[in-house]
Design a protein around this ligand. Structure first.
Ligand code: NAP
Length: 495
């Protein structure tokens, strides 16, 4: 394909390479449908080369003292800070989130890289008393080896950095496969680590489809850990394939996140939270508010407030700082969201929006109106992840019913309760089946120093971010040092 856009290669063994005759694909600006850049459609042979490079680089990287690895991460954080404005703009152009959020995506990356750099001087193990005399017991952390990082498009710099920084500081080498439609953002991420001085082979980058590159990574026996963020369908495929080789597969998957709005809530505060949670990033955050479960006493009042507020909410050019919501991320996203809106029209009452936006700038991109349905609990739109600007509002009689509804989905990522009743707030922390619960704040707003992940079909038990992020990428070795100079038998010797 003759292309007018910049062409990028794969990053293998510290070099940018474009295999001769390689197939290529382009990414597209969802606000304008203009092509942005061209990338290699990687093959199983490319994955093999990348894993070989990562495997070869592992022993020296493992031997590099963790604080020295941390120095490289600090350099990466500094370089990304210098490039923040430019990379944030690329995020907005390639993924469609508004510029404030594009810059926020990059800032989250910087914050996490810095946080993980500090981990280079911790990576704590434990010292634990022995039941025997003159015996010393401790644990140390060791890297897993070569890890695969497979990432989605909705946080196109932050999620890759969550994985890459945690894997690097713990001494692993990496093959990174990004979401195809945000490959330019991913390329920018790799360039930052290259500039920071990550040694050749330690971070490798293969673009290409999930079915080819992702599958080849998951099936390569030299990769012992796969860190995957994406949808349930692909996640299950990765898990099953990985299981055949008894690999560690870390999954961060979808959500159907509720806000529970109680009759005593601060309604103006909740209004801003629901608006940001449901329609920020065009509803394409894994933690986006997709269900609003409202106490009957404030239901009519709050819905009126919400629809009046939405009428003043601007949808448009994501590079304009006044815009509240940009396009959805791709043609596929638009198609899927509009299909769900049609399903919603059949099974629920459309209260607001419900269309593809047309006219002017809207005709050039993938713009969907912020949409609100009033629905019974149990409809498809109230239970399935739509991943778009579509909010299902459900009326309930009381707190107990709100919790029952909130928990009756297969996902469990984020959740939120608006109330002024402190007892009810603490009950919700106990009651809500979710990895994250916010009180009087929207379902979105992760901070990098806290664990991130969910329960039920949102994952398989691991957490990213926070200090626990290193668990995913380390093996714990237990060490016994017996300095008694005699054979001592645990559980058998009594004195
Ligand atoms: P996706 O379609 O599952 O893709 C995610 C990544 O997996 C992409 O790099 C994709 O490559 C690759 N992939 C697809 N099929 C694969 C396979 N069979 N084997 C290996 N890799 C495969 O998800 P998405 O549409 O990019 O992202 C949206 C989903 O991510 C939503 O469900 C959202 O909730 C979830 N998400 C979860 C979290 C969390 O932390 N829990 C955070 C963000 C997003 P291609 O791009 O080439 O298809």
């Amino acid at each position: 394909m003759a292309s007018q856009v910049p062409e990028y290669g794969l990053f293998i063994g510290g070099k940018w390479v474009s295999p001769p005759g390689a197939q290529r694909f382009e990414t597209v600006n969802p606000a304008t449908k203009e092509p942005l850049a061209s990338f290699v459609s990687g093959t199983a042979a490319d994955v093999d080369r990348a894993v070989t490079a990562a495997h070869g680089a592992f022993p020296a990287w493992k031997e590099t003292p963790a604080p020295k690895r941390g120095d490289i991460l600090l350099a990466a954080a500094r370089i990304l800070t210098e490039r923040k404005a430019a990379v944030g703009r690329v995020v907005t152009q390639e993924m469609g989130k508004v510029i404030g959020e594009g810059l926020g995506d990059v800032q989250e990356s910087i914050d996490f890289i810095e946080y993980m750099a500090g981990e280079g001087r911790r990576l704590f193990g434990e010292t634990v008393p022995s039941e025997l005399r003159r015996k010393f017991c401790l644990t140390v952390r060791q890297p897993k080896g070569v890890v695969a990082c497979i990432t989605p498009w909705n946080f196109p710099t932050a999620i890759p950095n969550w994985k890459i920084a945690a894997a690097l500081i713990t001494g692993n080498t990496i093959v990174f496969k990004p979401a195809s439609n945000t490959a330019l953002c991913a390329t920018e991420v790799v360039k930052v680590y290259e500039a920071a001085g990550v040694p050749p082979g330690v971070l490798n980058f293969v673009t290409g489809s999930g079915g080819v590159v992702g599958t080849a990574l998951v099936e390569d026996p030299r990769i012992r850990t796969v860190s995957f963020t994406g949808g349930v369908e692909a996640g299950r495929d990765v898990y099953v394939r990985g299981a055949k080789q008894l690999k560690m597969v870390h999954l961060e998957l979808g959500g159907k996140n509720p806000v529970l709005l109680m009759e005593d809530a601060d309604l103006p505060l909740a209004l801003e939270g629901v608006l940001f949670g449901a329609f920020g990033t065009s509803g394409q955050r894994c933690t986006a508010t997709s269900r609003l479960i409202v106490h009957e006493k404030v239901y009519d009042q709050f819905l009126t407030m919400l629809t009046e507020r939405l009428a003043r909410f601007s949808v448009g050019d994501p590079l304009d700082p006044r815009t509240g919501m940009g396009p959805v991320a791709s043609a596929d996203q638009e198609k899927k969201i509009l299909e769900y809106i049609e399903i919603g029209k059949k099974e629920a009452k459309l209260r607001y929006g419900g269309t593809k936006l047309t006219g002017g700038i809207y005709d050039r991109g993938y713009f969907v109106a912020p949409t609100i349905f009033e629905t019974e609990h149990g409809t498809r739109i109230s239970k399935e992840e739509i991943f778009g600007p579509v909010l299902s509002v459900i009326r309930v009689r009381d707190y107990d019913e709100a919790v029952r509804v909130a928990n009756d989905v297969t996902y469990g990522l984020s959740s939120s309760l608006y109330t002024r009743d402190v007892n009810r707030a603490f009950r919700a922390i106990d009651d809500l089946e979710a990895g994250i619960t916010y009180i009087n704040a929207p379902t979105i707003g992760a901070e990098v120093q806290l664990p991130f992940g969910g329960v039920k079909n949102t994952g398989n038990g691991g957490r990213e971010a926070g200090s626990v992020a290193i668990d995913e990428f380390t093996e714990i070795k237990t060490v016994f040092v017996d300095f008694s100079a005699k054979l001592q038998k645990a559980q058998i010797d009594s004195e």
